[in-house]
Ligand binder design. Structure first.
Ligand SMILES: [Zn+2]
Length: 497
């Protein structure tokens, strides 16, 4: 391989919604994905990358397209509530409470922070298939913008998600043949079939094979046009998944504790003093009304106050609840499990340790920050090590193969968002945090901070040797390989080689 990096002229970006790294790798090694192996991984690489918290569609797309964490982008979940903006009589006037699963899905793009470019801004012509983060893509090139609501609704009720995938394949092929310089294609069916059945069901495996065939056809089209060499192909996923055996009824638990809980779809509930906004359904944001502080629900309640109220103690007793995290009065992030408590603190590199300048809210270049982690009792994150003044990159490396990969930085970033709950809950593998009103019932889960949800495959037809990669790194890395420069000062990601 020559030492100079190629400038790819085209970029084909494929997101397989809900493909866990371990399953993808297993299929590849068993010969079930022969085209991806031959044309992508063999000449390039397959890496285990790390997604973001919450590991759920929507928030977990922002890193790929903008190089930002969900917390930086102020979109900390597929559902959220803004305590400062949420109040009667206008409680439903946006942006008080939001679920991108419903009509608000159309608002996802408008809710993204302004002034940040997306991948679509760097290429022309572009096309987009099913992906909801299409800012920068001309409407006419958002190929599924008209049919998506209909085919998704149809498939939701009929469970015919293969039909949705086939439309993706057809549009994908058309865009490649048209010679578009950036083609973005989301395949939604692995996620939905997994939720409906099992992450390794025959339907799920069949869908993987169909996607592999589509990629084989794509490569043949590129070969015929003599443009394979100049095309960067990247296949990844927004999150992994685990099978679910038990649903935890968080709103019921809060009701029983005397904190009457607002939750989807019962957002009209009267007299509520708490809210649960679930994502994936392995994580949820919990909000508690701070009375007597203006019209809204007040500011973020500190972790200490919620402990005093008995909320934290009551929640950690729930079997299957892995972590409860909140923000301390000091600005540090506290993470609590049944066996112990951890504390994440973050300060700017250039301030002295005696008087650290807190860096939890303002945007700071990740390289300018240092992270420390201490715990008492059993380490809730399972690292078993106290860390001091780690760079963001070292915090990733140290925790990469742990049960909570990148947990230090991920818990820090989610609390940067004003819309993040007073408490953030993450379920253990096998459990989710929604027991009612999920129709059809979900048999698989994502959204949590656990390794099975965070580890995602990153297959590229150009070799990437770096072992520790975050999904936020994809944005600057792809731009770099395609000959574009992006100032890393204003994004969370870094170019990886
Ligand atoms: Zn899902």
């Amino acid at each position: 391989m020559a030492s100079t990096e190629p400038d790819f002229k085209r970029f084909v970006f494929i997101i397989i919604d809900g493909a866990p790294y371990a399953i993808f790798k297993g299929l590849l090694e068993n010969g079930d994905l022969p085209n991806i192996k031959k044309y992508v991984v063999d000449p390039g690489s397959l890496n285990k990358a790390v997604s973001v918290f919450p590991s759920t569609t929507g928030p977990a797309f922002i890193p790929f397209f903008m190089g930002l964490y969900p917390g930086t982008a102020n979109i900390p979940g597929i559902r959220w509530l803004s305590k400062s903006k949420f109040h009667t009589p206008h409680r439903f006037k946006r942006p008080g409470v939001c679920s991108y699963m419903g009509l608000d899905g159309l608002r996802f793009e408008a809710d993204l922070p302004s002034g940040f470019p997306t991948l679509f801004n760097f290429f022309s012509p572009v096309s987009n298939i099913y992906n909801l983060l299409a800012r920068g893509c001309p409407p006419a090139k958002n190929l599924t913008r008209w049919i998506k609501p209909f085919v998704y609704t149809y498939a939701h009720f009929s469970h015919r998600w293969r039909f949705v995938n086939r439309i993706a394949i057809r549009q994908f092929h058309k865009a490649i043949e048209a010679g578009d310089k950036f083609v973005m294609c989301l395949f939604p069916a692995i996620d939905t079939f997994s939720h409906l059945s099992d992450i390794q069901s025959p339907q799920v495996f069949q869908t993987y094979r169909e996607i592999d065939t589509a990629i084989g056809n794509l490569v043949h089209t590129l070969q015929k046009a003599n443009t394979l060499e100049e095309t960067l192909i990247l296949i990844t996923s927004d999150h992994g998944m685990t099978n679910t055996h038990t649903h935890i009824d968080v709103p019921q638990h809060l009701d029983d504790g005397g904190w009457r809980c607002l939750h989807y779809p019962k957002v009209w509930r009267q007299g509520t003093v708490s809210a649960s906004m679930v994502s994936g359904n392995g994580m949820t944001h919990l909000y508690f009304k701070n009375s007597g502080k203006g019209k809204g629900w007040g500011e973020r309640a500190p972790f200490e106050q919620l402990c005093q109220m008995g909320v934290v103690g009551s929640l950690i007793e729930l079997k299957g609840l892995g972590l409860v995290a909140g923000q301390s009065e000091t600005g540090d992030i506290i993470v609590q499990s049944r066996g112990g408590q951890g504390k994440i603190s973050c300060h700017a590199q250039d301030t002295d340790d005696e008087n650290p300048q807190r860096a939890t809210t303002a945007f700071k270049c990740a390289d300018a920050l240092r992270f420390s982690y201490q715990f008492t009792g059993t380490d809730p994150l399972g690292y078993g090590v106290h860390y001091k003044n780690l760079s963001s990159r070292d915090a990733l490396r140290e925790t990469y193969d742990s049960p909570y990969p990148d947990g230090i930085v991920q818990l820090w970033q989610i609390f940067k968002s004003e819309r993040t709950g007073d408490l953030v809950l993450s379920a253990e593998s096998g459990y989710d945090l929604r027991a009612r009103y999920e129709i059809p019932e979900h048999h698989a889960t994502h959204g949590a901070l656990i390794a099975e949800h965070l580890h995602i495959p990153l297959a590229t037809n150009y070799p990437i040797t770096e072992q520790c990669i975050r999904s936020v790194d994809v944005f600057p890395t792809v731009l770099n390989l395609c000959g574009h420069n992006i100032s890393e000062q204003y994004i969370d990601g870094r170019v990886v080689k």
